[in-house]
Design a protein around this ligand. Structure first.
Ligand code: HSE
Length: 312
């Protein structure tokens, strides 16, 4: 029986000012999905590891299965697929955990059927996993996990996804405090109306961040890594947010904000040394209010998913 094993990486969505339109891929952590062709039609989940029993095995409720099912339907698959999902990152962390599972599942299914679709054309199916996960088919985690690099979702309707080159000096730090914030909840609290003044600031910064990345200018990146719309509302869900962000900036970060919908907080730096120093300072800041946390330091992952050897 043909079997494919795929790793899909964690992501930082929003990246400061770009709510629902910016995301970048990390090298680690990430989820793995093992997929095999099955005689039974549709998608079945054999097992899930690493989730502490929290994720549903029901294929109509599991994000990886839902995403894969949309893909199978699209290609009019004659056979079904059985999935084993290995979670290597915490749920509700702001690292794009559900996205990584959906991407790994759809990429594995596409490989199983001989890769009839190109990677970028798999995006709509992975977005269906996000719809199940949080009620909104946002693409700023699945697109960078699927395509690698820093991704701009210029438009959702029609879908228009653009990869933005990132400077070699750029390093990411993500600190994950051991609490959970559900994306669905973090979206519900957001105000629906914006002021014109905040909107002007925000679109200046989104354009500025793209300009800074493309011109490889750390100072433009630094000035643009500011979110005046979402961060002030969501930071209230993260104990110690202000102190952790200040610790990152004091340690030399170019900027810092909430990773995805939180509770993880990220920083971008212009060297690996600064990125590591930020991680230590941010973890200490969480520690000082009694919160344990994990630190990830990574360059931007330009490659996205990896096909892995199948373990016997
Ligand atoms: N853009 C999404 C949000 C990302 O902020 O709700 C969720 O990880």
């Amino acid at each position: 029986m043909r079997t494919i094993r795929v790793f899909a990486p964690a992501t930082i969505a929003n990246v400061g000012p770009g709510f629902d339109v910016f995301g970048l891929a990390l090298h680690e952590p990430g989820d793995e999905v093992v997929a095999s062709v099955s005689d039974q039609p549709g998608v079945h989940i054999r097992t899930i590891t690493g989730d502490g029993g929290k994720l549903p095995l029901d294929p109509t409720k599991n994000v990886a299965a839902v995403a894969a099912a949309h893909y199978l339907k699209h290609i009019h698959a004659q056979s079904g697929v059985e999935l084993t999902v290995h979670k290597h990152m915490p749920l509700g962390s702001g690292l794009g955990s559900s996205a990584a599972s959906s991407v790994a599942a759809v990429v594995a299914a596409n490989e199983l059927f001989g890769s009839p679709l190109r990677r970028q054309n798999l995006l709509p199916f992975t977005m269906e996993g996000e719809r199940i996960a949080c009620g909104a088919a946002h693409a700023d985690n699945v697109a960078p996990s699927l395509l690698g690099g820093f991704v701009l979702i210029r438009s959702y309707n029609p879908l228009d996804v653009i990869q933005i080159p990132v400077p070699e000096f750029l390093h990411c730090t993500v600190v994950h405090p051991h609490i959970e914030v559900r994306t669905e909840d973090a979206r519900k609290i957001l105000r629906r109306e914006l002021t014109l003044a905040d909107s002007i600031t925000q679109w200046g910064n989104t354009a500025g961040l793209i300009a800074g990345l493309m011109q490889q200018d750390a100072q433009i990146i630094s000035r643009s890594l500011t979110d005046v719309i979402i961060e002030p509302q969501r930071s209230l869900l993260i104990p110690g947010f202000d102190a952790v962000k200040k610790a990152a900036l004091d340690a030399g970060a170019l900027g810092s904000s909430i990773s995805g919908s939180g509770p993880s907080i990220f920083a971008l730096s212009d060297s690996i040394q600064t990125a590591k120093a930020c991680g230590e300072a941010m973890r200490n800041a969480f520690n000082s209010i009694g919160l344990e946390s994990d630190v990830v330091v990574s360059k931007v992952n330009k490659f996205g998913p990896r096909i892995l050897p199948v373990e016997e």
